[in-house]
Design a binder for this molecule. Structure first.
Ligand code: NAD
Length: 276
């Protein structure tokens, strides 16, 4: 007798649930993207990392994850600010790994400045890398997913996809835009075996955040400890950074059989920030 969906969903949590799947994670040589790529490989998926350029550092990461997980791992070079390169990353990953079942739109940058002085080129870059790249990659990945009747699309939005902070106009607009794109993608693919969801992290302990601590301490004339409590984690009620491993675990779950009916959502992972 075939497994009921519930039985197979439960069973998949205790095996390598992504065995046989292929994932492409953008901006995945550090931070959240790398955490998700590692988690996917450990869950049995073949993984295409992405960086602007292939380098000895990316070669080292590829070898390390491959050795740890025992799955196929490659690095696809593509600049997420360039639509043609974004689109080409799908056939490039397919060339090495045969297909792309899962995409994670993770690459992102930030610029913090009031609207009146916010440089036009920074607006364009933040929107291009954080939002438009997700549209172009989704567009390129959907035909293959629809053909195979299976796909998972995860957009790394932010708590700033659900609420705003001053001086982050482009970032907040891009992250809210990603939540909208996620909903539209979910509706257009609902009957195709494809899901689309946004993960909305609060502060996550990544090099990007770690780098800000001494800079902010200097700017605010505070100790690094005060910066963490009073500046960075002031909005995060649990007063703790989330980890890249938590992001990886959620992404694996969304791609497993257990996540099959979760689509069109924006899931906060923020210690209670957007519950305010
Ligand atoms: P990070 O700087 O470690 O990761 C960003 C990645 O994007 C890097 O690997 C970077 O090289 C890559 N990238 C940037 N521009 C690119 C381009 N043009 N082409 C290809 N790759 C490019 O920072 P992170 O904290 O891991 O952030 C990852 C994602 O998570 C971002 O979208 C960010 O907005 C989002 N996010 C982070 C936090 C946090 O607290 N760290 C919170 C909410 C959302």
């Amino acid at each position: 007798m075939p497994d009921t969906p519930t039985k197979s969903a439960a069973a998949s949590l205790f095996t390598r649930p992504l065995t046989g799947k292929v994932a492409l994670v953008t901006g995945s040589t550090s931070g959240i993207g790398l955490g998700i790529a590692r988690a996917f490989a450990m869950a049995g998926a073949d993984v295409a990392l992405n960086a602007r350029k292939v380098s000895p550092e990316t070669d080292k990461l590829v070898a390390e994850i491959k050795a740890q997980a025992g799955t196929k791992v490659v690095c696809v070079a593509a600049d997420m600010s360039k639509p043609d390169q974004v689109k080409a990353s799908i056939p490039e990953a397919e060339k090495h790994l045969g297909k792309v079942d899962i995409i994670v739109n993770n690459a992102g940058i930030q610029h913090v400045e009031p609207i009146e002085t916010f440089p036009d080129e920074d607006w364009e870059s933040v929107i291009g890398i954080n939002l438009s790249s997700a549209f172009y990659l989704t567009k390129a990945a959907l035909p293959g997913m629809k053909k195979r009747k299976w796909g998972r699309i995860i957009n790394i939005s932010s708590a700033h996809g659900l609420v705003a902070s001053a001086y982050k106009s482009a970032y907040v607009a891009a992250k809210h835009g990603l939540v909208g794109l996620t909903k539209v993608t979910a509706l257009e693919t609902a009957e195709e075996g494809i899901t689309a969801n946004a993960i909305c992290p609060g502060y996550v302990w990544t090099p990007l955040v770690q780098k800000q601590i001494p800079e902010q301490a200097k700017a605010h004339n505070m100790s690094e400890e005060e910066v963490v409590k009073k500046v960075l984690l002031s909005n995060q009620p649990n007063k703790k950074f989330a980890t890249v491993e938590e992001m990886g675990a959620l992404a694996v779950f969304l791609c497993s059989d257990g996540g099959a009916s979760i689509t069109g959502t924006a899931i906060p992972v923020d210690g209670g920030w957007v519950a305010h």
